[in-house]
Design a protein around this ligand. Structure first.
Ligand SMILES: [Fe+2]
Length: 289
């Protein structure tokens, strides 16, 4: 076999050893896809993929999608389906500042939830910039039965605005209008039973309230579950090296970035594949019923 995968931690993370020349072999893709389900996050150390190589690997994994087309200025990589994440002044810094907080990519967009995200480290910041991942499969599996029973049928409203309120003391009218245009208020199940039968918790800084509960009670429950899922045994923090290539299962992990300074030029090139399952619905559809 031309691919070897070692566990990074017991419940999350895999370190992948593979020759770049073997990356697109069907058995390598199949092994990596299986490992992504099992490990949540895969790290390919110092692979130094070009955009075209990254896109070829992305396409071998699934259907390519760029879910950030509504974000101004993000598409200045060589290919329109490669999104350059940076705090560069030309880009949308607020959108990146929101990634300091736990989130699931694309969760406030009305489409099937993106299945996996692929990142290549193109430029690092001297301090900060590590990415932390939390397995929401492992967290669900470890929940006491009474808590599972309590949360099994709950539905949560997710709002991009809720994350952005963490970024600023207050939002201007212009910001509120812009974020409203960029995202959709979505209602998702708190416990997602996936096609495989596995269950994950759907959490993140965008989780704003629980349908049918007082706002305070819903937020308190969301906070407790988030703290539970973010315990060290369920998380892996990646210390980036230049050229590292990291893939995560966006259906089974949430992630966040350690803050870094804007002027370091830190840049990640991101590609994404589409999921097939529509997780939730826009809030306004629910209100119309
Ligand atoms: Fe993200």
């Amino acid at each position: 076999m031309s691919i070897v995968i070692e566990n990074a931690k017991q419940h999350i993370g895999g370190i992948v050893r593979v020759d770049k020349a073997d990356l697109l072999k069907p058995e390598v893709i199949a092994a990596a896809q299986a490992a992504l389900e099992d490990r949540g996050v895969l790290v390919f150390p110092e692979l130094f993929l070009t955009d075209q190589e990254q896109l070829a690997f992305t396409d071998a994994f699934g259907s390519r999608v760029n879910f950030s087309k509504t974000v101004p200025g993000g598409n200045d990589a060589d290919d329109p389906d490669v999104y350059r994440i940076s705090l560069d002044k030309n880009l949308e810094p607020e959108y990146v500042l929101g990634t300091w907080f736990w989130h699931i990519d694309g969760i406030t967009i009305d489409q099937p939830l993106p299945k996996a995200t692929f990142l290549t480290a193109r430029k690092l910041s001297p301090e900060g910039g590590q990415t932390e991942f939390a397995s929401t499969f492992a967290a669900y599996d470890a929940l006491p039965q009474d808590v599972r029973d309590e949360v099994s049928d709950l539905k949560v409203v997710h709002r991009m605005m809720t994350t952005m309120r963490l970024v600023y003391r207050e939002l201007t009218d212009e910001q509120e209008a812009r974020y409203t245009r960029m995202a959709t208020e979505m209602v998702h199940p708190l416990v997602w039973t996936q096609a495989s039968g596995r269950k994950s918790l759907v959490l993140g800084s965008h989780a704003d309230e629980i349908i049918g509960m007082r706002v305070s009670d819903g937020r308190a429950l969301i906070a407790r579950l988030t703290e539970f899922a973010a315990q060290p045994q369920f998380t892996y923090k990646h210390e980036w090296q230049l050229g590292d290539f990291v893939v995560w299962n966006n259906h089974g992990v949430m992630h966040r970035v350690m803050p870094y300074a804007a002027d370091t030029g830190r840049a990640m090139h991101r590609t994404t594949i589409m999921g097939t399952q529509r997780l939730g619905h826009p809030l306004k559809e629910l209100e119309a019923v």
